[in-house]
Write a protein that binds this ligand. Structure first.
Ligand code: NAD
Length: 374
C-alpha cells in the first residue's frame, strides 16, 4: 500500500540512517566533535551556505535549502557575475557575499558563511573543498568526491587540519525509500541476501564537461555508476572484497573521444553476497536496484533520481508496493538539514569524506580492472 507523504517524512526522520553504513556510524561516534573557535557567530542561528558552481544541481540545492528549518543561503561563487546577481536577488544574498573563483578565499572574512556547497565539475571538487577548509568553512561536497584517491585523502586531511566538517552529498543516504530498503534487509525481511543487481545511466548529450576526462575524471562510473556502487555498499553494509570490471565504447562519436561509454562490474562481499552493476552514457538506463534474498526480494525503481521512487518486493511474507510521493527538492532538504544539524550540534555527518574516499578507491579499482588509466 502506498505510504503518505507524512509517513515518508517520518521514516526519513528515524535514526535508520545510523544503521545505513554501520562502519561509518562507528567511525563518526569515535571522532571528537569540538566546535571551532572562530565560528561562534554561527551558534543559535540557521547555518549559512555559500554555493559554488551555479549549475543544475546547485539549483536543486538552493530550492531545497529554502524549505529547510535550519539552513539558509548566505553566499554565492560563480564565474558568471550576471548569473550570480540574478540568483542572489532570488535568495536574498547581498552583493558583498558574491564571489568568483579568484577571490573565493575571501569567504574567510564573511561570518554569515558557515559552510560551502561545492557543486562544480568533479575535478574542481578537491581544490575548492581545500580552499573552503582553509577559509575555516565546513564543506558539503557533491559526489563524486573528486577524481582520484590522492585528492580524496588531501580533502579529508585539509578539513581535519582546519577542524571543519566534510560531508559528501550522497542524497540517497538521507532518502526514505532507500532507507526503508536498508531497514528491510537489516531486519532479515527478505532472509539472507544472496545477490544484488543495479544500474544507472543516460544518453549523454553533446558538449558536456562530463565527457571531458580532465574535468570529469572518467566516464559514467564517476557520474552515475557511483550510485549503484554506493547502493551495493549501503544495502549490504559491507565493503567488497573482490571486484571485476569491463568497459566498452560502441558509439565512436565525439562524446567518447576521452571517456568510455559503458562500464559493468561485479563485486563479491565478505558474506558471499554478489553484486552486478552497469552504467552507461549511451542509453537511458533508469536507476534501480534489485535485491534477492533467501525469503524474498525487493526492488527500488527510480532509486537514484529526485522523485518517483517505488519500492516493490516480497518481504516478511507479504507483497510490498510503495510509491514515494515526495517531490523534488525533498532529497536536498533532508541532506542540507542533516549537515546543518551536524554543524550546529557538533556531530559528524553520516556520509563524511571517508565515505567518499571508499568509493574513490573502488572506482580506481573498477578502472584498473577494466584496463583504463585514470
Ligand atoms: P552543471 O554543468 O550543470 O554545473 C556546473 C557548474 O560549474 C556551472 O555553473 C559551471 O558554470 C561551473 N563551472 C566552473 N568551471 C567550469 C568548467 N571548467 N567547465 C564546466 N563548468 C564549470 O553540472 P551539474 O550537473 O550541476 O554537476 C555539478 C556536480 O554535481 C558534479 O560533480 C556532479 O557529479 C554533481 N551532481 C550531483 C547530483 C546529485 O544528485 N547529487 C546530480 C547532478 C550532478
Amino acid at each position: 500500500m502506498p505510504l503518505t507523504r507524512r509517513e515518508f517524512a517520518r521514516l526519513g526522520a528515524l535514526t535508520l540512517a545510523a544503521r545505513f553504513a554501520p562502519n561509518l556510524h562507528a567511525a563518526a561516534l569515535a571522532k571528537s566533535d569540538g566546535a571551532p573557535t572562530d565560528r561562534s557567530s554561527s551558534v543559535g542561528r540557521k547555518t549559512g551556505y555559500a554555493v559554488i558552481g551555479l549549475g543544475r544541481i546547485a539549483d536543486h540545492f538552493l530550492r531545497g535549502v529554502l524549505l529547510t528549518t535550519n539552513s539558509q543561503i548566505t553566499g554565492l561563487a560563480s564565474g558568471h557575475r550576471d548569473k550570480a546577481d540574478r540568483i542572489a536577488a532570488q535568495y536574498n544574498v547581498p552583493p558583498g557575499s558574491i564571489y568568483n573563483y579568484g577571490n573565493f578565499d575571501e569567504i574567510a572574512h564573511n561570518p554569515a558563511i558557515d559552510a560551502v556547497y561545492v557543486a562544480l565539475p568533479n575535478s574542481m571538487h578537491a581544490e575548492y573543498t581545500i580552499r573552503a577548509a582553509k577559509a575555516g568553512k565546513h564543506v558539503l561536497c557533491e559526489k563524486p568526491m573528486c577524481t582520484t584517491v590522492a585528492e580524496a585523502e588531501a580533502m579529508i586531511a585539509a578539513c581535519k587540519a582546519a577542524d571543519v566538517k566534510l560531508m559528501i552529498a550522497y542524497r540517497c543516504h538521507y532518502e526514505p525509500t532507500n532507507l526503508k530498503a536498508v531497514q528491510l534487509i537489516r531486519s532479515a525481511a527478505i532472509g539472507q541476501v544472496q545477490a544484488i543487481e543495479s544500474s544507472f545511466g543516460f544518453n549523454m548529450g553533446p558538449n558536456e564537461w562530463r565527457t571531458n576526462k580532465k574535468l570529469a575524471g572518467g566516464g559514467p562510473v564517476y557520474d552515475v555508476g557511483i550510485y549503484s556502487l554506493n547502493a551495493c555498499r549501503y544495502l549490504t553494509g559491507e565493503e567488497p572484497s573482490v571486484l571485476s570490471a569491463c568497459a566498452s565504447t560502441i558509439d565512436h562519436d565525439p562524446r567518447f573521444a576521452e571517456v568510455e561509454e559503458n562500464v559493468s562490474w561485479t563485486m563479491k562481499f565478505p558474506s558471499g553476497i554478489l553484486a552486478s552493476c552497469a552504467t552507461t552514457y549511451g542509453a537511458d538506463m533508469p536507476g534501480y536496484f534489485r535485491v534477492y534474498g533467501s525469503k524474498g526480494w525487493l526492488q527500488v525503481d527510480n532509486a537514484f533520481v529526485y522523485e518517483g521512487l517505488r519500492l516493490r518486493g516480497f518481504a516478511n511474507n507479504a507483497d510490498i508496493d510503495e510509491l514515494n510521493p515526495a517531490r523534488d527538492p525533498s532529497h536536498f532538504v533532508a541532506e542540507a538539514e542533516h549537515f546543518s544539524r551536524c554543524i550546529q550540534n557538533g556531530s559528524e555527518p553520516k556520509s563524511p569524506g571517508e565515505e567518499g574516499l571508499r568509493d574513490m578507491r573502488l572506482i580506481a579499482g573498477i578502472y584498473r580492472s577494466a584496463g583504463i588509466a585514470v
